[in-house]
Design a protein around this ligand. Structure first.
Ligand code: THG
Length: 597
């Protein structure tokens, strides 16, 4: 059997068209067809298997290489709204079997055909607080297990409106395929509304950043609009996304004509747009969503054959998409937008003030339970120029998990900068990541008590798709000289990147600064050691990031002196290769504003 990703290496794959709008166009009998569950499309797998098989067959006759199972609303949570949550596994398995049966009917011609297991977004979005992350992941794992049991060739997580829901679905799919011991690729398709963002507000770059960190090999767009409105986002994917790209538009923007929803795009028009996406943007999975029918898929098939023949004259036997040279920029993301980890002509600024230990003002708001005030401090830092925000609620005698959840639960919707989750406690990191739909940074890991703690945190980082700050601390304690810092950094790199598969660009070393203001002459060397370590790490591991908790350097001095020392030290560190810093951004002075003396 051909693996989907091998197939995609040199071909455009044609998917089918809509299932849902086809089902809605029929007058099904509520008792017989819907088994008493009116408008539950998935129950048709039991009540009207002939209809489902016939929709698949019609698309296969039209030339589709892949059909998508009738399981869009098949999670136990969505089926639970019809009181049939317990049927989820069976309905999804049946959906996959019906698609397989339809494909088997066409086996005679020797063509490779695929069954994609459709997983829709459901009716409850975790970033909007409609459902807890873990409940959603567990539900989607059941749905995916049913699809896998019915032998799908890929899991298609589609019509995604919330990046946190994508994480739950991808992790549910990974669980299902691991339990079955099968290598089944995952495809994610997001839905960009006419507003230019997903429903929860994520733009395509933010969504792609989150999905990339989940190691998903195929990303695309479907639903909400026709191809015209998708063009800009398709181009973004073509220019940036390093994997395969899938595009399945509606047949145009729906129009209400005589009280009925109509989709205006003709098969020819749809084919013209998708031809452009294949030839200009390098898209290699195409198909249709709402309002597309067999005639649309037939037109797409004809278009692919035509451009395939044109290529054949140049010695290329198959319809090849444009060869792309995408440039993927390693980034983190909030729920709304992407922030490159390596800033051009600047450093990645991490606001230090939303920290119970780093700001009296923040601690007072936290003690008073003034969570909106805490969020406001975050917003102020972003206004001042912070690219990301460090958040720490560790405060003796208080519930760090509960208070981290209060802050992250509010900041995720109110702050347009990615969060840096600052905690030594695993349950705090775990709880924060289950609330956050962006791609955050975990602050931090180290080898203080050996590798176990770091191992657990890196598994969390990979599961939720985060970047990671790694401190140069090992079983012997904090390294104080440059050689020691470099040695631990190399061990951290091997551990995080080689053992756990973290991309080097998502690893942020923190070679640690200590105060040089103790009055002890030996301690003054420590700052220089840190600068030497930055240069050595940058030289040895140029793809990784290097950051510092800058203000540590000046503990013990008065505030005006701290401002000067912090600013001067930052400049030296940047000159040696630092790429980011935890700072009070507005207090950093440009060097020309600091008097020579
Ligand atoms: N590395 C990493 N994470 C870190 C640190 C680090 N997180 C915490 C800390 N160190 C970085 N954050 C701060 C925040 C505030 C201050 C210093 C470091 C600070 N605050 C003033 C003070 O305490 O005097 C302001 C107090 C106030 O406003 O009330 O100096 O090194 N990875």
């Amino acid at each position: 059997m051909t693996h989907l990703l091998d197939y995609l290496a040199d071909r455009v794959l044609l998917c089918d068209g809509a299932m849902g709008t086809q089902a809605q166009a029929r007058n099904f009998d509520i008792e017989h067809d819907f088994c008493g569950h009116e408008n539950c499309t998935e129950i048709l797998n039991e009540g009207r298997p002939d209809f489902v098989r016939e929709v698949h067959a019609a698309y296969l006759r039209a030339g589709a290489d892949a059909v998508q199972t009738n399981s869009f609303g098949g999670s136990p949570i969505t089926l639970g709204e019809f009181g049939i949550a317990d049927k989820a596994f069976a309905l999804n398995r049946r959906a996959a079997e019906l698609a397989r049966e339809a494909v088997a009917e066409f086996a005679g011609d020797g063509r490779t055909r695929f069954v994609f297991g459709s997983v829709g977004p459901g009716t409850r979005l975790p970033s909007l607080g409609h459902v807890p992350y873990q409940d959603l992941e567990d539900a989607l794992a059941v749905q995916c297990a049913g699809l896998v049991a019915g032998e799908v060739d890929a899991i298609l997580i589609e019509t995604c409106q919330d990046p946190l829901q994508v994480k739950a679905a991808v992790n549910g799919a990974k669980r299902a395929r691991e339990e079955a011991g099968r290598d089944i690729p995952i495809i994610v398709q997001v839905t960009v509304e006419t507003t230019g963002t997903l429903l929860v507000g994520a733009d395509i770059a933010a969504a792609a950043t989150v999905i990339h960190a989940l190691d998903v090999p195929v990303l695309g767009l479907n639903c909400a609009t026709g191809p015209r409105e998708m063009a800009e986002h398709v181009k973004w994917l073509g220019d940036n996304w390093p994997g395969h790209i899938s595009v399945q538009p509606n047949a145009g923007l729906p129009e209400l004509i005589d009280g009925r929803t109509q989709y205006p795009l003709t098969p020819r028009e749809l084919a013209q747009w998708l031809e452009r996406f294949v030839l200009e943007d390098g898209v290699n999975i195409i198909g249709g969503c709402c309002g597309t029918e067999a005639a649309h898929i037939a037109a797409l098939n004809e278009m692919l054959r035509r451009i395939g023949r044109a290529k054949e004259k140049n010695g290329r036997p198959r319809p090849l998409p444009k060869k792309r040279a995408p440039v993927w920029v390693p980034s983190v993301a909030s729920l709304y937008g992407q922030v490159p980890l390596r800033q051009e002509n600047a450093y990645l600024s991490i606001g230090e003030r939303c920290n119970a230990n780093g700001s009296r003002a923040f601690r007072r708001l936290q003690e008073a339970g003034d969570w909106d005030g805490c969020v406001e401090m975050g917003r102020e830092q972003v206004k001042e120029g912070s690219h990301t925000l460090d958040v720490c609620t560790a405060f003796v005698g208080r519930d760090e998990v509960a208070e981290m959840c209060e802050v992250v639960g509010r900041m995720r919707g109110a702050v347009n900068a990615p969060l840096v989750i600052d905690s030594t406690e695993y349950p705090v990191l775990d709880a924060a990541l289950k609330l956050y739909g962006g791609k955050p940074i975990i602050n931090s890991i180290n080898f203080e008590d050996g590798e176990e703690a770091a191992d657990k945190r890196l598994r969390l980082a990979k599961r939720f798709g985060t970047a990671v700050i790694a401190l140069t601390i090992d079983e012997q304690g904090m390294a104080k000289d440059a050689d020691g810092k470099l040695r631990i950094a190399e061990r951290l790199h091997d551990f995080a990147c080689n053992r756990h598969g973290l991309p080097p660009s998502d690893l942020l070393f923190d070679p640690l600064t200590f105060t040089i203001c103790t009055g002890n002459a030996d301690d003054r060397r420590l700052g220089l050691n840190t600068l030497d370590a930055i240069a050595a790490i940058r030289e040895k591991m140029p793809e990784c990031q290097i950051i510092l908790g800058l203000s540590n350097i000046s503990f013990g001095l008065n505030p005006p002196a701290r401002q000067v020392l912090n600013s001067v030290f930052l400049q030296h560190a940047l000159d040696r290769g630092l790429t980011g810093a935890i700072v009070h951004f507005s207090k950093i002075l440009p060097l020309h504003r600091i008097p020579e003396e």
